[in-house]
Design a protein around this ligand. Sequence first.
Ligand code: ZN
Ligand code: ZN
Length: 297
Amino acid sequence: MIKLTFLGTSDSVPSAERNHTSILLTYEGENILIDCGEGTQRQFRKLGLNPCKITKILLTHRHADHSLGLPGLLKTMALTGYNKTLEIYGPNGTKIFMENLFRTFGKIEEYKMNIHEVSGRFFENKNFFLEAERMTHGVPCNAYLFVKKGQIRIDKSKLKKYKLPEGIHLRDLKLGKNIRYKGRIFKAKDFTFVENGKKISFVLDTSENKNIVPLVKNSDVLVCEASFSSDMEKKAREFHHLTSKQAGEIAKKSKSKKLLLTHLSQRFEKKKEIILKEARKIFKNSHLVKDLEVVEV
Ligand SMILES: [Zn+2]
Ligand SMILES: [Zn+2]
């Protein structure tokens, strides 16, 4: 099971209810932190989570509401016995950004850290892969995908239909390879399907752009910023953000299954239903997440 913990759900100005942006994705020993706004480590404490379990940090961009929690969190990890190699991923400019952080707040000597500037597929193991795509936000900014790989299964009804008996010769089909049986070629894509795959997309801080829909296509869960309501579309574009209507349109066009709205502007704290309503009008399965909410996928 994949678990998303929303540690912070505000935009650049936090409110009493909402901390700056940060999301923790947990899956089979992996604890991937997406962004680390100011105060993120206290959100860990509130839920009784241990920051020393973090395996990877994905930074969408360097704006303070997504990164200012890093110096404190990394230091706490040093003080509480972090003993792994921490992998930090971000867009172009992340290496110099991290160097500047360490120059200002002091270097972390207690554990090893690798900083990567990434685009495209940048991590893969047998269970899942991670992908980054450039967004439009005035500064280098990435959207991210977490894709849990599904298992390839044989479609038994097709075997019957094409008179292909079961047996050891199907082994390569299960690996996604085409096979030859009694002189005939059977293509893996015609006889197999993928089961239990999951795709989770994170689109934080961007204006509308042509990269988003193809990237997030068929997401099981699309986490998307909705900083503005649709009557503020001009302002959203000017500040390189999305409206809740645009978030709903992205979910619909990409045929995603569920939309989780976050990065809420404090101006909507008392009228959140505007944001939710606008997205729901276009895409029914929309939800506005709140701090410390946990979503299982
Ligand atoms: Zn932001
Ligand atoms: Zn930003």
